[in-house]
Design a protein around this ligand. Structure first.
Ligand SMILES: C[S@@+](CC[C@H](N)C(=O)[O-])C[C@H]1O[C@@H](n2cnc3c(N)ncnc32)[C@H](O)[C@@H]1O
Length: 375
C-alpha cells in the first residue's frame, strides 16, 4: 500500500473497521516516553480490552500500513504543524489530505506526563455504566462523569494491586449510591478476570437500590446484589473486603467498625463529609484554626481520618493513607487502605489517640463504637 506517512507523529486515531466481526474496534496512537526513550504506542481496542504495542520511529510506518491494509479504513495523524487524514476507498485507493494545525500541537513527552493507562481504558464499554449514564454505548465517557470515571478506575486499580493471589472474595460496598464503583468492580473481577466473587451494595435510598438490582438482573450479574439499609444496622459475617467511596460522615465509621469486628481482610475507604468533629470542635487552644471555617473543616476532616487510620493500626491492620486521585478530580481524595495482618496491639497508639481526643475535647464515632461500645 502506497501511503505517505509523516515523521514525528505525536498522536493519532485509526477507525472504520474493514470487517464487522473483526477483533479490534479502533486504535489510538500516542507518542510517550519510556525510560527516557521516545516510543509511539499503538493501542488496539476490542469491545472489552485494550492491547498496547510499542513502536520506534523507524517501525511505526510498517505498523500503520499493516493496520490500514488489514483492519481499518480511516486514519488521522497529528504532527506539531499538520493533521493528516487518510481514507481507504472500497476499491483500495488511498485518499489523503493535510491541514495546517490552527495552533502548533505540542505533546511534551516526559515521564511525568506519560499517559496513565487505566485498568478500564476509555473505549472499553462497560454495559452497566451505559445504563447509569456514565458511558455512551460506544464506550466513551460522558464528559460530566469524567472525574467519577477516573476515581472509580483508580479505586479499582488500588484494589487490583492488593488481591493478586485471591481466588474468592465477598465484598461489600457501604453507601454504594448509584453504584458506579460496585458495577465496575464486578465487571472487572467477575466478567473480565473470571474471579469467583459475591459483591453486595448497601444504601439508604430505595430508588437507587431498586435501579441497581434491575441493572444487575438485566446483565445476569448473579453474584451482585443490592440491599436497602443503614450501614449502622448491617449484620454479616465472613466478609473479605469492605469498600466505601464517599460514604457520608459517620457511615464510614460504621463501615470500618463492621470491618474490624469481622476481621475483614481488606479495607478500601475514601471518607467524606467528616462533620462530626467539625461540629464539636470548640477548644480555645485551636482558635487560630477555628475562626476560619474552611480551616476548621479541613482540620476536622484530617483529624477524623487520622484517628480512623490509627484505630485500624491498633486493631492489627497494616494501614496506609494515600491520595488516590488528584485533588482536581475530587477534593475528597484520601483513601484509607488497610489489610488485616493480626499485628500485635500497640497500646502506645491507643494512648496517642486518647491524648488527641482529650486535647481537642471531642468524640469520634469509630472510637466510641470500638472502645466505648456505643451503638
Ligand atoms: C456521596 S454518595 C456516594 C455514593 C457512591 N459510593 C459513589 O461514590 O458514587 C453517599 C451515599 O452514602 C449513602 N449513605 C449515607 N449514609 C448511609 C448509611 N448510614 N447507610 C447506608 N448508606 C448511607 C447515601 O444514601 C449516598 O447514596
Amino acid at each position: 500500500m502506497d501511503i505517505n506517512i509523516p515523521s514525528n507523529i505525536l498522536k493519532g486515531t485509526i477507525s472504520g473497521k474493514k470487517k464487522k466481526d473483526q477483533k479490534y474496534e479502533k486504535a489510538k496512537i500516542q507518542r510517550i516516553a519510556n525510560d527516557n526513550k521516545d516510543i509511539i504506542q499503538v493501542s488496539l481496542f476490542t469491545q472489552k480490552q485494550v492491547f498496547h504495542t510499542n513502536c520506534s520511529d523507524d517501525d511505526i510506518n510498517d505498523k500503520l500500513i499493516e493496520l490500514l491494509s488489514n483492519e481499518f479504513n480511516n486514519m488521522e495523524l497529528v504532527t506539531s504543524d499538520f493533521t493528516y487524514s487518510y481514507r481507504i476507498t472500497s476499491k483500495g485507493k488511498v485518499l489523503s489530505n493535510r491541514k495546517k494545525n490552527k495552533e502548533e500541537c505540542f505533546v511534551c513527552v516526559t515521564e511525568q506526563n506519560r499517559k496513565k493507562a487505566y485498568i478500564l481504558e476509555e473505549g472499553i464499554m462497560v454495559p452497566a455504566l451505559v445504563d447509569l449514564g456514565v458511558m455512551t454505548p460506544d464506550g466513551r465517557v460522558v464528559k460530566s462523569s469524567y472525574d467519577k470515571y477516573k476515581q472509580i478506575n483508580r479505586f479499582l486499580e488500588t484494589i487490583d494491586d492488593e488481591i493478586k493471589n485471591e481466588k474468592y472474595l465477598k465484598i461489600i460496598d457501604f453507601g454504594c449510591g448509584k453504584s458506579y464503583l460496585t458495577f465496575i468492580l464486578y465487571y472487572y473481577l467477575v466478567e473480565l478476570k473470571h474471579m469467583d466473587c459475591d459483591i453486595i451494595g448497601l444504601d439508604l435510598k430505595e430508588d437507587v437500590i431498586d435501579n441497581c438490582n434491575k441493572i444487575a438482573e438485566k446483565y445476569g450479574y448473579d453474584h451482585l446484589k443490592f440491599f436497602k439499609g443503614d450501614v449502622a444496622q448491617y449484620k454479616d459475617s465472613n466478609v473479605d473486603m469492605i469498600i466505601t467511596l464517599h460514604a457520608c460522615d459517620t457511615a464510614t465509621d460504621y463501615a470500618l467498625y463492621h470491618a474490624v469486628n469481622m476481621k475483614c481482610k481488606y479495607i478500601f475507604s475514601v471518607p467524606c463529609c467528616q462533620h462530626e468533629i467539625n461540629a464539636e470542635l470548640e477548644s480555645d487552644k485551636l482558635h487560630v484554626i477555628n475562626k476560619f471555617g474552611i480551616l476548621k473543616e479541613r482540620f476536622s476532616a484530617l483529624t477524623t481520618d487520622a484517628i480512623r487510620a490509627n484505630i485500624l493500626q491498633y486493631f492489627g491492620y497494616k494501614t496506609q493513607v494515600m491520595e488516590f486521585v488528584d485533588i482536581e478530580n475530587s477534593p475528597k481524595n484520601l483513601l484509607i487502605r488497610a489489610e488485616y495482618k493480626n499485628l500485635p496491639k500497640n497500646e502506645k497508639i491507643k494512648e496517642e489517640i486518647d491524648s488527641l481526643l482529650n486535647m481537642l475535647d471531642v468524640k469520634q464515632k469509630l472510637y466510641e463504637l470500638l472502645f466505648n461500645k456505643e451503638d
